[in-house]
Design a binder for this molecule. Structure first.
Ligand code: SIN
Ligand code: CO
Length: 375
């Protein structure tokens, strides 16, 4: 916490969290001085054309915006003219180096992490002035991008545009970023990034879910878990003047039944663990084609350790680990081992407890992890 971090411009994590996180933008020149990008434009376009990838193509012709969503074919990118940009989400699910890059941001809880998005645009490209409900670190790879920002409170959007463009963007500050420079923006800080030449930007995004979304999803979670016994009964039914009216006796009885729905902080923790570790709907795991037997898996895991699949999301609370939306309550003896796996995404194993081995083997069969052959 108290060591100056070069990619935070020499601030300590404590200073960054205190003074900038969720508060104000921070430009860090040469945050990652050696950073030259993780893939080239052609590789990004190939990724955009892969199944199960979330990608967008934004075009701008005579001031009019157009938005196209994946799936894409290579031809979609062949005859592009004018101003355009392609944006690919979840690059950390496909590129080990993308996941490595995210490790630098481990000082922010994994429950807040969304993904690594990479964009490519030729000169002039961008997605227009907008704001996001995200904290984002915008790391420049290839080329140069001019970032303009504004703390304006007017968030009126252009009507009828296929993407969210601010109607009246008033630039307050602007900078040209080159490879390795990074700009941190808190949520709702208006920004506009324009490519000055062939340009790739790496967005490390942290989600800030709306209470409405959390509350709705909590109700979905709760609906599978509540047990309210009994049935409506009215042995003392009294004659009503209007048969169509819902009478007070019915209302009272049902209110009492519904008021028996209860939850506590542990239910909320369990919900958060499940919901926030749930992979996005387009994510699928590849199960091993010819899986190792449990004995061979144990040997391989003991020799090399295990590593989470790039798409796996793992969170912890209390003595429960959540992996890809499923909770696993653990014993106090095994919890620290699996929490370490969740923290670091890979662990060495020295004579693992059978509870750990059983889970790891199951997760291996599910495609959630593999023996760490590269260790
Ligand atoms: C981009 O990389 O072009 C857009 C990133 C953003 O504005 O959020
Ligand atoms: Co943005």
């Amino acid at each position: 916490m108290n060591t100056p971090i070069s990619f935070l411009g020499g601030l300590t994590v404590e200073e960054f969290l205190r003074d900038y996180w969720q508060k104000k933008p921070l430009l860090i020149r040469k945050a990652f001085p050696e950073f030259a990008g993780l893939l080239d434009p052609q590789q990004l376009i190939e990724l955009a054309c892969t199944d199960d990838v979330q990608a967008r193509l934004v075009k701008q012709t005579r001031g009019k915006w157009k938005l196209q969503q994946a799936p894409f074919d290579p031809e979609d990118f062949e005859s592009l003219k004018g101003i355009w940009t392609v944006l690919v989400q979840g690059v950390n699910h496909f590129l080990p180096q993308g996941a490595e890059l995210l490790r630098h941001f481990n000082f922010i809880p994994h429950a807040r992490l969304d993904d690594l998005m990479v964009s490519y645009a030729p000169k002039g490209g961008g997605v227009g002035p907008h704001f996001d409900a995200y904290d984002v670190f915008l790391l420049q790879g290839l080329g140069h991008r001019r970032w303009q920002i504004s703390t304006q409170s007017d968030q009126t959007l252009v009507e009828g545009a296929p993407l969210r463009i601010l109607k009246d963007f008033k630039v307050e500050q602007e900078w040209g970023l080159e490879a390795g420079d990074m700009l941190y923006l808190p949520p709702h800080c208006a920004h506009n990034g324009v490519a000055e030449n062939d340009c790739m930007t790496y967005s490390i995004g942290f989600r800030t879910p709306a209470y409405q979304e959390l509350a709705e999803q909590f109700l979905v979670y709760l609906q599978d878990r509540i047990e309210i016994g009994g049935m409506y009964a009215d042995p003392d039914l009294a004659l009503q003047a209007h048969p169509s009216e819902i009478g007070p006796a019915m209302l009272n009885q049902v209110s009492q039944a519904i008021n028996r729905i209860r939850w506590d902080q542990e239910d909320i923790a369990n919900f958060l663990g499940c919901y926030l570790s749930e992979p996005k709907p387009h994510i699928f795991f590849d199960t091993p084609e010819r899986p190792l037997s449990k004995t061979r898996f144990k040997q391989a895991a003991e020799k090399h350790g295990v590593v989470l699949d790039l798409k796996t999301q793992m969170l912890c609370h209390g003595e429960t680990v959540f992996i890809n939306g499923t909770p696993h309550p653990l014993s106090p003896a095994t919890y620290p081992t699996l929490r370490l796996l969740a923290d670091t995404r890979r662990i060495k194993l020295d004579q693992p407890e059978s509870e750990v081995l059983e889970l790891l083997f199951q997760w291996y069969l599910d495609g959630y992890l593999t023996p760490d052959d590269h260790a």
